[in-house]
Design a protein around this ligand. Structure first.
Ligand code: ADP
Ligand code: MG
Length: 391
């Protein structure tokens, strides 16, 4: 959650939590993400209430309650650690299983992020945003209590997989991309005023038991520009590698900064490579730089694909997914697409599920359009989007 926090976290195997709380499993579920939207503040819009506890207000917990829930923050219940602090699995007195995040530094930055997180998640409610159940501000302690996401983060399923862990299928990757895009669309288009997320990365995309994604960590989120303003000027925060170049250089934050980060996540989903990976050989450590020549030449698109997919992906959909990715990663922010258009394009790809018998050896009839034509076809006029996606 902190500035360039990708260098800080110590990760832990999430499968080693206490058995009686249930363990994380792998596999690729096919549940359908719903999109219950609610309006932030008093703004116009649907303002649908959503279902279950999603829209119930975050409640205050005592430190004692959370210590009891995690059995004294036992090491065995530690499920992760990020820039903000350690994350434990716990069970509330009500029986509800939760994730409890404990702030590990009492500096101003961490405290501010804590407040922003509570405020944002108290106002924002969507099926692709993680639900904040409560918080604790006992003495110096600052803790956040979230719904528990049994599959952990997207990062846990993409990188450094253990030999016995099933890699994400193509369909599951697209499903995750669609859900994450819908969460971002809610922040950009349905929240009023719009919210710039600023910390979109695979570590912040959490997965439920059916691989439905939910965006998490809103401590860096900013209310977007209002009126005639095109950007918000702010200190450069975020995670190295995911930050849009113009924002990193000028501090000018726009909704398009999030679109760049979304492009980075798409590239990680396609390649199975981390945006920054110092364990790779020189020339391959920065995913964006490494992928550039491949993104420019459609004959090389298949060379980008995660080898763990073993050729099990529809080539036409891959071409379109790469076209969307390349547009999100444009240097010039105004050339990047709007999130609403990305959602529609990805939803179309999600409707084209991979069928091995149709796409034998990952190769079907290759698309005939030129790359530039293909890019144009992915994003078409709003009124005619679905029909004119030339797949
Ligand atoms: N609500 C949750 N449910 C389950 N696991 C979680 C939850 N929140 C965080 N985690 C786990 O804790 C790890 C660290 O989370 P976080 O503190 O947000 O770190 P980061 O800075 O990497 O985003 C995540 O990668 C994930 O594995
Ligand atoms: Mg996080």
């Amino acid at each position: 959650m902190s500035c360039f926090s990708c260098f800080s976290p110590h990760r832990k195997d999430v499968s080693k939590v206490e058995n009686d709380y249930g363990t994380r499993s792998s596999g690729s579920g096919r549940g359908k993400a719903s999109s219950d939207d609610a309006e932030i503040g008093r703004g116009k819009g649907k303002g649908k209430a959503g279902n279950g506890p999603k829209n119930s207000a975050a409640r205050s917990f005592t430190f004692r309650e959370l210590a009891a829930a995690t059995r004294g923050f036992r090491e065995v219940n530690l499920i992760g650690e990020g820039g903000f602090g350690r994350v434990y699995k716990g069970r509330l007195e009500s029986g509800q299983v939760v994730a409890i995040k404990q702030l590990n530094h009492d500096g101003l930055q961490g405290f501010q992020e804590f407040i922003v997180e509570v405020l944002m998640l108290s106002l924002l409610h969507h099926s692709n945003l993680v639900t904040l159940i409560g918080y604790c501000t006992d003495g110096d302690q600052r803790l956040l209590v979230y719904e528990y996401m049994p599959m952990g983060s997207l990062e846990d399923h993409l990188f450094d997989l253990e030999a016995d862990k099933e890699p994400l299928s193509w369909d599951t990757r697209i499903k995750i991309a669609v859900g994450a895009a819908r969460g971002l669309e809610y922040l950009h288009c349905k929240a009023n005023p719009p919210v710039i997320y600023r910390d979109l990365k695979s570590a912040n995309i959490l997965l439920d038991g059916e691989f439905n994604p939910k965006l998490s960590d809103f401590g860096l989120a900013k209310l977007g520009p209002v009126g005639d303003n095109t950007h918000v000027s702010t200190r450069v925060m975020g995670t190295y590698g995911y930050c849009a170049p113009e924002y990193a250089m000028s501090g000018k934050l726009t909704l398009k900064s999030d679109i760049y980060s979304f492009g980075v996540v798409l590239l990680e989903l396609i390649t199975g490579r981390k945006v920054i990976d110092v364990s790779r050989r020189p020339g391959e450590q920065n995913l964006i730089a490494w992928s550039r020549p491949f993104l420019k030449d459609r004959r090389k698109f298949v060379l980008l694909v995660d080898p763990l997919l073993q050729g099990r992906f529809p080539v036409r959909c891959l071409h379109h997914a790469i076209a969307i990715t390349a547009m999100c990663l444009q240097e010039q922010p105004t050339f990047r697409p709007l999130i609403g258009d990305i959602v529609v394009a990805l939803e179309y790809l999600a409707s084209q599920s991979y069928k091995p018998e149709r796409y034998k050896d990952g190769v079907r009839d290759a698309p005939s359009a030129s790359p530039s034509q293909e890019n144009k076809d992915v994003f078409t006029r709003k009124s005619d989007r679905r029909s004119s996606l030339s797949i």
